[in-house]
Design a binder for this molecule. Structure first.
Ligand code: AMP
Length: 196
């Protein structure tokens, strides 16, 4: 069935991993703006050159650029029957942009998954990921900076979606399977049925 989903959580909450799993269950594309930017950086595209320094410093890419990337991606055929957005919107201005894109298509979001993980746990996971994957924005200083941006800019978007009654807060501590199960249970309770 159609599902238009959003997953929100601090860096290190596991939202990327869970986002992919939930998208697979609903047979919709997982769209991660962070992944799109990283792919463009490694391919050396014009967009990649524009965003590289911003991402390495742990700052947000300008809204106009980010929203254009998402608008183009949502216009692709595979997003017609739903999608799971990971890492977008990341501030209130992007919420307004997404509302406008979806309005124009006569669509709304079905559910927002809020993945809850304590700050210390996020830092521990990100530090481990830095050792394993060597992401250039996973250094201690940049991690702290990204988490503070999450708290000041991104967390407020949850208030908007809570007012719309579409947020499911999920405990993000547990095994990968346990967390996926919690999310699926919450979505099914909303009347959204996974395909697989
Ligand atoms: P992520 O993989 O979601 O942690 O994203 C990695 C980096 O990409 C972020 O720290 C930002 O620099 C940039 N980025 C990803 N999504 C957005 C967004 N929606 N708005 C602005 N910058 C973003």
């Amino acid at each position: 069935m159609t599902a238009r989903l959003l997953i929100v959580g601090p860096q290190g909450s596991g939202k990327g991993t869970q986002g992919v799993r939930i998208a697979q269950a609903f047979l919709v594309p997982a769209i991660s703006t962070g992944d799109v930017f990283r792919a463009n950086i490694s391919e050396g595209t014009e967009l990649g050159r524009q965003v590289q320094a911003i991402i390495e410093a742990g700052n947000l890419v300008p809204d106009a650029l980010t929203s254009e990337v998402v608008r183009d991606r949502l216009a692709q055929d595979d997003a017609a029957a739903g999608f799971l957005l990971d890492g977008y919107p990341r501030n209130l201005a992007q919420v307004a942009d997404l509302d406008a894109f979806l309005d124009a298509r006569g669509e709304t979001l079905d559910a927002v998954i809020e993945l809850d993980v304590a700050r210390e746990e996020s830092i521990a996971r990100l530090t481990k990921r830095a050792e394993e994957q060597g992401r250039t924005d996973d250094t201690a200083d940049v991690i702290a900076h990204r988490l503070s941006i999450y708290e000041s800019e991104t967390a407020p978007i949850l208030g908007v979606y809570r007012e719309r009654g579409i947020v499911d807060a999920i405990d993000g501590v547990g095994t990968l399977d346990e967390i996926t199960e919690r999310i699926l249970v919450a979505l099914i309770a909303r009347g959204l049925s996974p395909e697989a």
